[in-house]
Design a protein around this ligand. Structure first.
Ligand SMILES: [Zn+2]
Length: 265
């Protein structure tokens, strides 16, 4: 499932495939952009902001444009050589095709596909908190935003992209485990929020540039996480059975011994 590092990696795929080249064709299979055409536009930059992808385009005499897309749970971009078989996903999931002389980028099951003036990008991503993988990552600001809603649980706060942008369910669960935090702990009772967001950033950043996500340091199958995806398996630290539950329409995983419910005072 896409987390900040997946989206960052995807931006690099599009960068290698498209940046610096002129589009020789485009095909939008989303109703609102059915008539849009980007032939003749140059792909100037491929960026990510949290879980949002921003492909910036320029053309002489025109205001720069940004093609925005969001992967949510199931979206993906793949790059192919011209003439290569598109092996990524079933064809009915294709939403966008962009062609240059040297490659074809195909966007599958993309969400929120929009084309806006680059000057208006903030209308799409301006609400996001500090980007975990951005040059402007700011842990103090992320902690400040979390602290501003003291009644939220730590699990909610880590997933809320307005606080910090780029944490998904996997890094949420792993961060809470490594900090010994029960997922339903109210923010007001979480010590050292700076330490929490700093750790979340380190976990995401450590997986930049590869598709296997590991928080344990191991890339071996079945050993890449402490709690995420490990329901009923023994905790790697204490041996207790890892638990799984619904929380705010998402699942969460935790170790009942390493992440005890705080004794409320
Ligand atoms: Zn444990």
């Amino acid at each position: 499932m896409p987390e900040g590092d997946t989206v960052w990696n995807t931006a690099r795929v599009l960068e290698r495939a498209l940046v610096g080249d002129v589009l020789t064709g485009s095909d939008f299979r989303v109703p609102r952009l059915a008539t849009a055409g980007l032939t003749g536009w140059t792909v100037a930059e491929s960026a990510s902001r949290g879980k949002h992808l921003l492909l910036r385009l320029t053309r002489d005499g025109e205001k720069p444009l940004t093609l925005h897309s969001h992967l949510r749970m199931d979206g993906a971009w793949r790059a192919y050589a011209p003439g290569e078989r598109w092996s990524g996903r079933p064809a009915h999931l294709i939403r966008v095709v962009l062609r240059t002389a040297r490659s074809v980028a195909v966007g599958y099951h993309l969400h929120e596909v929009t084309l806006v003036p680059t000057a208006d990008e903030e209308t799409l991503v301006g609400h996001l908190g500090p980007d975990l993988l951005g040059d402007d990552w700011d842990p103090a600001e992320a902690a400040r935003r979390i602290a501003a809603r003291p009644g939220a649980t730590i699990a909610e706060a880590l997933l809320d992209q307005r606080n910090l942008a780029g944490v998904g369910n996997l890094y949420k669960a792993e961060t809470m485990f490594l900090r010994g935090l029960w997922p339903w702990t109210p923010i007001a009772e979480v010590p050292d929020l700076d330490g929490v967001v700093t750790l979340a950033q380190k976990l995401v950043a450590s997986n930049k540039g590869r598709w296997t996500q590991s928080t344990t340091g191991s890339l071996r199958r079945g050993q890449t996480t402490y709690v995420y995806g490990r329901r009923a398996q023994p905790c790697r630290r204490c041996g207790a059975a890892i638990r799984k539950a619904e929380q705010d329409e998402r699942v969460t995983y935790w170790c009942p011994r390493c992440q005890p419910r705080p004794a409320s005072g």
